[in-house]
Design a protein around this ligand. Structure first.
Ligand SMILES: Cc1cc2nc3c(=O)[nH]c(=O)nc-3n(C[C@H](O)[C@H](O)[C@H](O)COP(=O)(O)OP(=O)(O)OC[C@H]3O[C@@H](n4cnc5c(N)ncnc54)[C@H](O)[C@@H]3O)c2cc1C
Length: 389
């Protein structure tokens, strides 16, 4: 039998995070809307992020994906999905402390001491640099190169749209390399900013700290190669599938939940032509249809997270969940704005902020088209059967 019940332990974690979001994050939204109106950054500065992370730690949430050896809770992907859905209920971009990008858990012991542990402690910031000006969707053969010279790798090239890079101390950089046997592939390096790369922030529709990174003969000691030469592309994809399946997909579900609650309340309070909006069938249908789509997206996200928790191949499920949830949240925010009329368009309600922020969900970590193309290949090769779950 299928069991949709969430375990008591997961319910407790979900409840703790929900209370944290309600108490610590949602009340800050007004202030961030005001900052945005004044033309200031609408994002949490690092100092405030760290302070909130300390509060999260006091509430018992720290290191959600981090092994216990490093002080984390090492929660299952499913539990992480529940947490991310709660975090998605606010546009304040917050992440609990004590975590690191998955690739950093896979580095060797020396590298862990230098990069993973300070990252977990919040002492160092890192970025994940895969995309390039010539290829975001197709990252299989980066134009950025790393050439071995003695005990060093010399990196040349440009990375772009790299999140959290503006203030990063180091970047995990993916570059094309040539192994001793002459074969080419993708390798990953831990590259300190002190080695000479530079970052140029990219002004955009609603994402903070995103930059282009420039590498001009940046010399990286050979000990900072991650894993083996030419074997890093799968590491990059592992990071991306995790993000698709149990980070971004549930966050979109959380966003839609909050937005629909706002729409329901507004429809019950706003009167036009002598009737509440909630009495109009088209408004009822907009909200109800959206709610059904939200449920569908949540089940897709849960399925991907459950497969990952069971250590099954969850890639198809992750693509499906990310694709559908991002489409869904964008449809929902559009309808919610429509239901609010001009007030949806005003900064004051926060809906226009959601409208801008959610748009990128259909572009990064595999665009809609890339997810569909990937799933199509899986279906056509019968690796995934139609409807197989
Ligand atoms: C806010 C933000 C943060 C980001 N953070 C990071 C980060 O931290 N690290 C990182 O490495 N990257 C990051 N990215 C980059 C992101 O992953 C890429 O933008 C994304 O993969 C799309 O690549 P592209 O922009 O080059 O578009 P392109 O690859 O040029 O694609 C353009 C359009 O064509 C479509 N398309 C492409 N190929 C096909 C095809 N075969 N069939 C059909 N349609 C196709 C795409 O879906 C898209 O609609 C970020 C991007 C944004 C916007």
């Amino acid at each position: 039998m299928v069991d949709f019940a969430i375990s008591t332990e997961d319910r407790m974690i979900q409840d703790t995070v929900r209370k944290f979001v309600d108490k610590e994050l949602i009340p800050r939204e007004r202030e961030y809307i005001q900052r945005d109106i004044k033309g200031e950054s609408g994002f949490l500065p690092l100092s405030e992020l760290r302070q909130l992370q300390r509060l999260g730690k006091e509430a018992g949430i720290w290191g959600i994906d981090c092994p216990e050896t490093y002080g984390g809770l090492n929660l299952s992907p499913f539990t992480q999905a529940l947490i991310n859905e709660e975090l998605g209920r606010t546009f304040i971009k917050f992440r609990f402390g004590g975590t690191a990008p998955s690739v950093l858990y896979l580095v060797n012991d020396e590298q862990k001491k230098e990069y993973l542990l300070p990252y977990i402690a919040g002492e160092r910031q890192g970025a994940f640099a895969l995309s390039e000006p010539g290829g975001g969707s197709d990252a299989r053969r980066p134009r950025t190169t790393a050439v071995k010279q003695g005990d060093e790798w010399v990196i040349n090239g440009e990375k772009t749209w790299i999140s959290l890079a503006t203030d990063a101390d180091f970047a995990v950089v993916f570059a094309t390399t040539r192994a001793e046997d002459g074969t080419e592939g993708v390798s990953a390096f831990l590259v300190d900013r002190s080695l000479g790369w530079t970052a140029t922030p990219i002004a955009n529709m609603g994402f903070d700290g995103t930059s282009s990174l420039h590498f001009n003969n940046v010399r990286v000691p050979a000990r900072y190669l991650i894993g083996e030469v030419n074997k890093a592309f799968n590491l990059a994809m592992l990071f991306i599938y995790r993000n698709r399946g149990y980070n971004l997909a549930p966050k979109n579900v959380g966003a839609a939940t909050r937005l629909l609650a706002m729409a329901l309340e507004h429809a019950e309070n706003r009167t036009t032509f002598g009737k509440k909006l909630a009495e109009r069938e088209n408004i009822q249908f907009m909200i109800t249809e959206s709610e059904v789509e939200l449920r569908a997206a949540r089940l897709l996200a849960w399925h991907a997270a459950w497969q990952a928790s069971e250590q099954q191949d969850f890639r198809y499920a992750a693509c499906a969940a990310k694709y559908y949830a991002a489409q869904m949240s964008n449809r929902v925010v559009d309808r919610v704005m429509q239901i609010h009329g001009a007030m949806g368009f005003a900064k004051e309600t926060g809906i226009e902020r959601w409208y801008r922020d959610l748009r990128v969900e259909r572009i990064y970590e595999g665009s809609d088209e890339i997810n569909l193309a990937w799933m199509w290949k899986d279906l056509q090769s019968r690796r995934t059967e139609i409807g197989q779950m």
